[in-house]
Write a protein that binds this ligand. Structure first.
Ligand SMILES: [Zn+2]
Length: 480
């Protein structure tokens, strides 16, 4: 047997072994793939979508091999240590677990990986990437080119947690994770984050943010960890909840209400105490008018079998955000804030229903003016900054369509009662509606600035009619 025959026989034996191991389709066996690194080249066997990877890593000068103790393959490159295992879509990079697009497979040389796995899960942590050449790839230094995405950070510190909002200039695939060292890292797939530092950033729990390659690292106050995270589309945002990750359950807040039975409807009579709201020429105050209507509305709804809670039972001040906080604690079915309007134009009349606008814009100038007026009560008592509001809005974002339906149902009944032209449903950034996690709407029952309407609103019969119309609207919505 000559040398060529021997070589041929060995090849056949190898092929038989590989087919016998059920590894790969036979048609791909004769294929190879070339890798170049720093002027050197290597040709490795290719098995379908995968190829032998250990020789490629050795070509780069990395130490790469199987660790029976760990049950993983370990690659050491400078300071960096990367571990991966056959049939696992995971890579452990310096102790941080990352999800891979696909899993490595067993091969004659030890382990075979896909080009994606090599590029994203092995080379990228080593600050290298693949560039195609005829018959193969060149391994070149530098992270893979990733389109920049501008990230505007904002944070709101609450009692025990901090909500970090990262507003993105475009949608991007994101993964938020905690390293064993306790650092929280936001990883971008195919995007290099550029932090927008034009907006001041401050938080008790997040000391700083640093962007590096395709990650943003958060420097957190001691003991603070990652609680949860999620992505909101349109506009694209990443919301990261941070707090003390305590192994023992945190004591329940004092005011936690254990809900039993059906979810209540929460009615919020606007203003109260020193904050009187709008006022008619003959002295009717918004805070008193809406409290009266709220008590009537409560009685009407309860008579129809709906549990109801008011955010204030009498003439007291309540912070705007405390009002939705109560509704959230009670897991309210619906949140309705009652107000009476004022307009610089005395002849303007009618009822108006609003729901939350998330982009701080309003349906029209009139809606903006109304929101501005209603929000002043909160601003005066040192309430949330606009940045905090962006965060707080997110609660409403998830139920915005339902809020629009609720507002439409309410306005429909109010139009029928008042026989007035349809003033329509409007969107405006009302502070009192932000933060509500359930469908929420704000009803302006009429204009106190219109003298004839103010005297009508003062009548108990009209207040009862308004209460019944709003109750009808709530039932229309709940029964949809
Ligand atoms: Zn008001």
């Amino acid at each position: 047997m000559g040398f060529q025959d021997l070589k041929r026989l060995l090849q056949l034996v190898l092929i038989a072994l590989i087919i016998g191991a059920g590894l790969l389709p036979a048609q791909d066996l004769d294929r190879t793939i070339e890798f170049q690194f720093g002027g050197r080249a290597i040709v490795v066997p290719r098995f379908g979508p995968r190829f032998e990877v250990l020789p490629v890593l050795e070509l780069m000068g990395a130490e790469a091999g199987y660790s029976p103790a760990a049950g993983t393959f370990i690659v050491v490159w400078g300071e960096r240590s990367i571990q991966f295992a056959i049939d696992h879509k995971m890579v452990l990079i310096d102790g941080t677990l990352q999800e891979a697009r696909d899993a490595p497979a067993a091969s004659p040389g030890g382990v075979a990986v896909s080009l994606t796995f090599l590029d994203r899960s092995l080379l990228s942590p080593m600050d290298h990437h693949l560039e195609p050449i005829p018959g193969g790839y060149r391994i070149v230094p530098g992270a893979r080119f990733a389109d920049p995405v501008t990230v505007r950070p904002a944070a709101a510190d609450f009692g025990a947690t901090t909500t970090l909002l990262l507003s993105l200039s475009r949608p991007a695939e994101v993964l938020v994770e905690e390293t064993p060292a306790g650092a929280v890292v936001v990883r971008f797939e195919d995007a290099s984050p550029q932090l927008d530092s034009t907006v001041p950033f401050r938080s008790r729990r997040v000391h700083s943010l640093t962007s590096r390659n395709q990650t943003i690292e958060l420097a957190l106050a001691s003991g603070v960890g990652l609680l949860s995270w999620h992505v909101v589309e349109d506009p694209p945002r990443v919301i990261v909840e941070l707090g003390i990750a305590s192994p023992t359950p945190t004591p329940a807040p004092v005011q936690v209400v254990r809900r039993t039975g059906p979810r209540p409807i929460v009615i919020d009579p606007g203003h109260g105490g020193d904050d009187v709201g709008a006022r008619s020429a003959d002295g009717l105050m918004e805070k008193d008018l809406v409290l009266g209507i709220a008590h009537r509305l409560k009685r009407v709804l309860e008579a129809r079998g709906h549990p109801v809670r008011l955010t204030r039972e009498d003439d007291v001040h309540r912070a705007l955000t405390d009002r939705t906080a109560l509704a959230n604690r009670l897991e309210a079915r619906v949140f309705i804030s009652l107000h009476a309007n004022a307009s610089t134009v005395a002849s303007v009349s009618g009822a108006e229903t609003y729901y939350m606008s998330l982009d701080q814009s309003s349906t029209d100038a009139e809606a903006a003016a109304t929101a501005d007026l209603e929000n002043r009560a909160g601003a005066a008592s040192g309430e949330r900054s606009p940045l905090d509001l962006i965060l707080w809005d997110l609660a409403q974002a998830e139920v915005l369509n339902e809020s629009a339906d609720l507002a439409l149902a309410l306005q429909g009944r109010l139009n029928a009662l008042l026989g007035l032209r349809d003033r329509g449903v409007k969107q405006a950034p009302f502070v009192v509606l932000t933060g509500a996690t359930m469908p929420a709407a704000l009803v302006e029952v009429g204009f106190l600035s219109n003298p004839s309407q103010a005297s009508l609103l003062a009548q108990p019969t009209r207040q009862q009619e308004l209460a019944e119309a709003i109750a009808d609207g709530v039932e229309d919505f709940v029964r949809r």
